[in-house]
Design a binder for this molecule. Structure first.
Ligand code: PMP
Length: 286
């Protein structure tokens, strides 16, 4: 909630609270020219912070914005801002860019008007019990239909309607398919499944966000000796899986305990992946 302790770095200074930064003439208000990233600080670590900062700059470029800060600067600003928090509650780290003005015909962003804000706010890590998913009637766009190579605000109404539709039918979240009908991700995280000891996750085909937590989990599991396959996976593959789990910066590795009417146990691979993630995260403490 906006009331939780919040600090934002804008135009060279830190401000407390949900400070206003855009006006009714801002390009982002009309045409949604915003990109963002989400990283987490918890138990005195901010795992893969550099990769999240690099991704926000890449997302900006994908939308025709011009990053105003280099990756190292965003990392330094984050570490500086985190000192304002007591460290008891986890903090969400959200760097973002948007355009103030439009370029030609007002439609593309004017890259010179790119603005940056780094918003840090308290947000506890959720308890890890697991969640349910149903197959969404909504699909991921392709790179030809939306800038799927960016973590852009304009992509999220589709994720929002997938979640709203799933919740209206009594599920926590949705399994979202790509345009060809293969499994892409959940509406807010990446998905993995395990069958006969092999860990599988949809191959990054450009339609979904190939998450930083996904890639870290793949590395950690394969270093620990698990066989991992990135491949095309169908709903049927997931319905027949021995276990299913999700990865994302918000809650890291979380089991999926129900798919449609089928209940699953939180399995040993998800548990191990979560342990490996936490061990690795603590090893990054400076
Ligand atoms: N897919 C979507 C749609 C997301 O919003 C997120 C969370 N950023 C992810 C996947 C997971 O990505 P990451 O591990 O980089 O947070």
């Amino acid at each position: 909630a906006a009331e939780s302790r919040t600090w934002s770095f804008i135009d060279g200074d830190w401000y407390e609270g949900n400070v206003p930064v855009v006006g009714p003439r801002s390009h982002v208000m009309w045409l949604g020219s915003s990109v963002f990233d989400g990283a987490r600080w918890f138990e005195a670590v901010a795992p893969d912070l550099d990769r999240h900062c690099a991704r926000v700059n890449a997302s900006a470029v994908a939308l025709g914005l011009k990053p105003t800060h280099c990756v190292e600067e965003i990392v330094e600003l984050t570490l500086d801002g985190l000192r304002k928090f007591d460290g008891r509650t986890a903090v969400y780290i959200r760097p973002m860019y948007w355009a103030e003005y439009g370029g030609y015909m007002g439609v593309p962003a004017d890259p010179q008007s790119t603005r940056f804000c780094l918003c840090l706010y308290e947000s506890p890590m959720l308890p890890v019990s697991g969640f349910s998913v149903t197959v969404s009637p909504f699909r991921r766009p392709t790179i030809e239909t939306m800038p799927t190579n960016a973590k852009a605000g304009c992509l999220y109404p589709n994720n929002a309607r997938a979640i709203m539709e799933a919740r209206a039918r009594g599920f926590d979240n949705a399994l979202v398919l790509d345009m060809l009908g293969n499994v892409a991700e959940t509406a807010a995280s990446n998905v993995f499944m395990v069958k006969d000891g092999v860990v599988m996750t949809p191959v990054a085909n450009g339609t979904f966000l190939s998450g930083i937590t996904r890639s870290r989990t793949i590395s950690l599991l394969s270093e620990a000796g698990y066989k991992i396959e990135e491949k095309t996976l169908t709903v049927k593959d997931f319905m027949d899986a021995d276990e299913i789990f999700s990865t994302g910066n918000h809650s890291k590795v979380v089991p999926i305990v129900k798919i449609e009417d089928r209940e699953l146990q939180a399995g040993p691979v998800a548990k191990r992946a979560r342990e490996l993630y936490w061990q690795w995260a603590h090893s990054t403490a400076t």
